[in-house]
Every structure is written in structure tokens, then in C-alpha cells.
Design a protein around this ligand. Structure first.
Ligand code: NAD
Ligand code: 89V
Length: 340
């Protein structure tokens, strides 16, 4: 059994702690949060007695195989480097870092230890998205040449995560990063990108709408569009809707987890709604189920001595798209990814 230490016991860490209880071969035996009140609440709720307000002290005192970093982005680099210096496996929440330079340094630091380094980039582990990825990778619709990945919502994310209203960078860095990662998982790496951003809600500091055009290395095109300012009768939070055309067919993942696949041979309609786990609640159940899937993959990678699909190294490609989108929107130009 792999023993883990969770750093950061905030809003999302609750899902991670529930998730670890379901993972085979790994669990959390110690927790850390610099906020003592939060540490006590979460320790009591999950029956974890080993509690620390300092991650270095936790790593020194406990015999851990891995750390799960669930703090917000500004602390990710120092915590990942601390974990590397203590030679433990690492899973770290997205966004991995505030800059590409930081992220590259973090990847190099863990690489030198030979340990597993996963980014908790869970959207591509959502079961509906995973089904679509498998259909595309199996060649059912032939080589894809167009993808639209769309996340449009009016859901109040600020009440659970107040820091999202305070950052100069909002929707691309927090949410767009997931949708850009889905586009990469489906369509491959990106050669160039252009983006526009808007701020509709004037009470927040960053952008809450982004529209991004991607030209992939393969020649395919994707549109990634995100909004937290969309007032819609059917509120789809937190679903990513997909539309993909391939040389042999097409598929759509529509609202309510309805997947339709058209290929030369057949037309299929599938309900790919994720199960509601006993600790989960709608509409978050989609994200909550993906937490179990990604954490199980982490445990399997450690046991099997392999790097995960959403490794630190892989995530540099997604983080580069985030950086490129901000540059493009600010400077009003197309950004060539190889120049970053
Ligand atoms: P939060 O602010 O609610 O929680 C962060 C916690 O970390 C706080 O309790 C804080 O006291 C603690 N902390 C900060 N720095 C620390 C340090 N150096 N040592 C110990 N504790 C420290 O934030 P959140 O909403 O839970 O978000 C955490 C991360 O999870 C963010 O990176 C966010 O983007 C990500 N997130 C991911 C998803 C997803 O679906 N993958 C969803 C929500 C949030
Ligand atoms: O996934 C996230 O990081 C969350 C949310 C889905 C609400 O955007 O912040």
C-alpha cells in the first residue's frame, strides 16, 4: 500500500480525500495545511491523525511514498521541488505553475529523481470524455480534421472558489486549461493559436470568456470556447461539449452526456453520464468521478514504474497553450507554439 501525504486541505481536496478512499493500492496517511482550523476540520472529517502545518516537517517526520499537492498555484513550484528533494512520487493539481519556466524547472527536478510526476489534469479522465477519446483513438470516425470543445456556463464558481474572482488570469488558466488539454488529447499537439478574451462580469478581475482557435501539427483545426458568463436555460456546468468531424464520420457529445457517433457502418446514440458515487453530488459528480479515475491511474503508474498520460512533461504542452492564449489575446496576434 502506497502511503501519501496531502498538502492543502481546501475546497477541492475534499474530493481528493474521498477519491483516495476508493483507490486500490494507495491512501492518505498524513495531511498538511498552513491553516490550523482547516487542518483540524479535515483531519476530523476523514479520521487522519498525522497533521502538519508545514509540508517539510510532514515529509521529514512521515515515511511517505508520495505527496498529493492540492494547494493553489502560487505554492506549486516550491512544494514540487520539496517533494523532489525528499525523493517521493508527486501528483500536483493544475494549473501546474504560474509560468512555463517554473513548470519546466519542476519537471526537471522530479525527472532527476526517477519518480512518477502526474499533473491532476482530470477532465480528460471524465468517463464521458474518456469514451470520446477512445472512440477517436480507435479510428471509428477516421482521422479527425475538426474539433469544437465547448464549456459555457453561468454557474457561480466564485462562491466555492473566491480566489477565482481575484486573479488577473481567470478562465483560461483555471478552466480553459482543462478544455485545451482535452483538445490536445483528442487532436494532438498544436503548431499555432489565436485567442480573444472578454470580461462580462465586471465584479471579477480576470477574463470570464475566451475563444481560442488552434491549428494542430496534424493540420487539423480546433475551436476551444469557454464562458462563465452564459445565461442558458439548460445549465450544463461542468460539462464539456464536443463536436468532432473525421474523414469517415463524426461524433457529438451533447448536453446531458448524450453521445452520438456516426461512422460509415453505423449510427449510435449512447448515454455516457457518469455514475453518482455515494459521496458525490450533482452537478459535480462528473468531476468527482474523474478524481477517482486519475488517482487510480497515479497509483497504477507508481506500481508499474511508468509515467502517466497526464505527466508533468505532457502537461508542458497544455500549459504552453494557456500561455500562448494570453499572449495572443493581449497582443492581438497568432502565436507560434515552438517559439515559447
Ligand atoms: P483552496 O484555496 O480552497 O485550498 C487550498 C488550501 O491550501 C488552503 O486550505 C490553504 O490554506 C492551503 N495551502 C496553501 N498553501 C499552502 C502551503 N504552502 N502549505 C500547506 N497548505 C497550503 O483552493 P482549491 O479551490 O481547493 O484549489 C486548489 C487547487 O485545486 C488549485 O490549483 C485549483 O486550480 C485546483 N482545482 C482543481 C479542480 C479540478 O477539477 N481539477 C477543481 C477545483 C480546483
Ligand atoms: O476544475 C477547476 O479547476 C474548477 C472549475 C471546474 C470550477 O473550473 O475551478
Amino acid at each position: 500500500m502506497l502511503e501519501g501525504g496531502l498538502i492543502g486541505c481546501g475546497f477541492f481536496a475534499i474530493n481528493q480525500l474521498h477519491g483516495w478512499r476508493e483507490v486500490e493500492g494507495a491512501g492518505i496517511s498524513a495531511i498538511c495545511d498552513k491553516d490550523e482550523r482547516r487542518l483540524a476540520e479535515v483531519g476530523d472529517a476523514f479520521g487522519i491523525q498525522a497533521r502538519y502545518t508545514d509540508a517539510a516537517q510532514m515529509l521529514a517526520a512521515e515515511s511517505l511514498d508520495f505527496v498529493d499537492i492540492a494547494t493553489t498555484v502560487s505554492s506549486h513550484r516550491s512544494l514540487v521541488e520539496l517533494a523532489a528533494s525528499e525523493r517521493v512520487h508527486v501528483i500536483c493539481q493544475k494549473p501546474l505553475a504560474e509560468s512555463l519556466d517554473d513548470a519546466r524547472a519542476m519537471v526537471r527536478a522530479v525527472e532527476r529523481t526517477g519518480k512518477v510526476f502526474m499533473v491532476h489534469e482530470n477532465f480528460r479522465w471524465q468517463s464521458a470524455i474518456r469514451t470520446v477519446i477512445n472512440v477517436v483513438r480507435e479510428g471509428t470516425i477516421g482521422t479527425p480534421f475538426f474539433c469544437r470543445a465547448s464549456f459555457r456556463s453561468g454557474y457561480d464558481v466564485y462562491s466555492g472558489q473566491p480566489y477565482l474572482a481575484e486573479d488577473e488570469r481567470f478562465i483560461i488558466q483555471d478552466l480553459g486549461i482543462h478544455v485545451l488539454d482535452i483538445a490536445r488529447a483528442l487532436m494532438g499537439d498544436v503548431a499555432r493559436l489565436s485567442a480573444t478574451t472578454q470580461r462580462i462580469n465586471q465584479r471579477i478581475k480576470g477574463e470570464d470568456v475566451a475563444t481560442i482557435l488552434l491549428s494542430h501539427d496534424s493540420g487539423a483545426t480546433s475551436i476551444v470556447d469557454c464562458s462563465y458568463a452564459s445565461r442558458r436555460k439548460v445549465e450544463t456546468f461542468p460539462e464539456t461539449l464536443l463536436e468532432i468531424d473525421g474523414e469517415l464520420g463524426s461524433l457529438r457529445l451533447d448536453a446531458g452526456y448524450q453521445l452520438s457517433i456516426q461512422s460509415a457502418e453505423k449510427e449510435q446514440r449512447l448515454n455516457v453520464e457518469p455514475p453518482l458515487l455515494d459521496w458525490a453530488e450533482r452537478p459535480w459528480h462528473n468531476i468527482q468521478e474523474s478524481v477517482v479515475a486519475i488517482q487510480q491511474d497515479f497509483a497504477s503508474c507508481v506500481a508499474g514504474g511508468r509515467q502517466p498520460e497526464t505527466s508533468g512533461e505532457d502537461n508542458l504542452g497544455t500549459l504552453a497553450l494557456v500561455e500562448a492564449a494570453y499572449i495572443s489575446a493581449r497582443e492581438g496576434r497568432t502565436v507560434i507554439l515552438s517559439e515559447l
